[in-house]
Design a protein around this ligand. Structure first.
Ligand SMILES: Cc1cc2nc3c(=O)[nH]c(=O)nc-3n(C[C@H](O)[C@H](O)[C@H](O)COP(=O)(O)OP(=O)(O)OC[C@H]3O[C@@H](n4cnc5c(N)ncnc54)[C@H](O)[C@@H]3O)c2cc1C
Length: 344
């Protein structure tokens, strides 16, 4: 049995959410990966058990990027239906019995398109997938932003599903070299196939006009550091120090729904049940009360630090550390300290 996994990149490396999808895919059989970029992170993919990687260059989608156009390789090549059409072709070519993606905005969008193209059922945000007899897979998946786990049975010749970004462990396939944690990736043979998909013009009608990488940072769903801002930030102008802090930490800014409802920041930055689910190493929640709908989006963060004037704010129950204070004083002080550390 072969599982085909759509791998999203965070810079030049596989996004953490995609590594989790690869980890789950290993329980389903041989693992093939599909990467939409000019180059594939071969070592990282091999260490997660990938045997074959299909590289789809931006130029082969007829989009900017790759050779020419002055656009860095890999940029501006997101077109959900074209990606789905490519996966449909590769699933047939490789005889895949399952097609997976990370449960990110992109992963869910592309697999939903794939379901529409192929007429196959698709399950989002799975935490466990077990092949059963015949064409059946047993699934456990998140419902209600992960507040509920649903057991489901999927009957389909090819199972389509995305993997919850915060529940499946990210575990390398490389055996430990003399102890734990696992040592450096053991070189494995990995075949790279440059793939040129057959697309119709209509597949490219919807395409990204900007990309997180093009904007100089990681995407919210895959960032390793997220600096969150809520109503306590006070207004659209209050986000400049948060942006600066995020930049110094190599992260991105995320926000609460109040902030998007007020029109202070765009919805694509919203963390939560009706926004993006994040799984960073560090989530710095500034002026955010910690409503259950917000926690549904950030509970997968490895560490949460809250900055809040209210010692009774619910976010404190979820935080590893908290600073009880005014974010307008605390964040500039943090920025200054980080700047000072960088100055030789
Ligand atoms: C169906 C549904 C879906 C929803 N989906 C989402 C979602 O996806 N994401 C989401 O975030 N919300 C969502 N919400 C809204 C959610 O219930 C809350 O209303 C929202 O998260 C509150 O945002 P907030 O924490 O920024 O604001 P508030 O709850 O008003 O909290 C502001 C916090 O800032 C603190 N503060 C104020 N000034 C300062 C200062 N100077 N320094 C430090 N701290 C300060 C306050 O003490 C307070 O804790 C949803 C609601 C519903 C009903």
């Amino acid at each position: 049995m072969t599982a085909l996994v759509l791998v999203e990149l965070d810079g030049a490396e596989p996004a953490d959410a995609s590594l989790r999808a690869l980890t789950l895919a290993r329980s389903l059989g041989d693992v093939n990966a599909v990467v939409f970029a000019s180059a594939a992170p071969q070592d990282a993919l091999a260490s997660y058990g990938v045997t074959d990687v299909y590289l789809v260059e931006p130029g082969s989608l007829g989009l900017a990027g790759g050779s020419g156009g002055g656009v860095p390789p890999g940029e501006h090549c997101y077109a959900p239906q074209a990606w789905a059409r490519t996966l449909a072709g590769l699933a047939a070519e490789t005889g895949a019995t399952a097609v997976l993606a990370a449960g990110t905005d992109r992963g869910n969008e592309v697999l939903a398109h794939l379901g529409a193209i192929t007429g196959l059922p698709m399950a989002a945000n799975c935490t466990l997938v077990t092949p059963d007899e015949g064409r059946t897979h047993r699934l456990v998946r998140h419902r209600w932003a992960g507040l509920l786990l649903e057991d489901a049975v999927m009957e389909a010749p090819v199972a389509l599903f995305t993997v919850a970004t915060d529940s499946v462990a990210n575990v390398s396939a490389a055996p430990p070299s003399g102890g734990t944690p696992p040592g450096p990736p053991v070189p494995a043979s990995i075949q790279v196939h440059v793939h040129k998909p057959e697309l119709a013009e209509a597949d490219l009608v919807v395409r990204a006009a900007e990309s997180p990488a093009g904007a100089g940072g990681a995407s919210l769903a895959t960032a390793r550091v997220v600096v969150g801002g809520g109503r306590g930030v006070g207004g659209p102008d209050g986000f400049a120090p948060l942006e600066e802090l995020a930049g110094l930490l190599g992260g991105v800014v995320g926000v609460s729904r109040v902030v998007t409802s007020e029109g202070w920041r765009p919805h694509k930055q919203q963390v939560g049940q009706t926004g993006t689910k994040i799984t960073p190493e560090l989530y710095l929640a500034c002026g955010i009360s910690g409503a259950i709908q917000h926690i549904a989006g950030c509970a997968g963060a490895k560490h949460i630090i809250a900055i809040n004037t209210d010692p009774g704010a619910p976010i404190l129950a979820h935080a590893d550390y908290a600073v009880i204070g005014d974010l307008h004083q605390v964040i500039p002080a943090l920025v200054e300290a980080l700047r000072a550390r960088r100055t030789p």
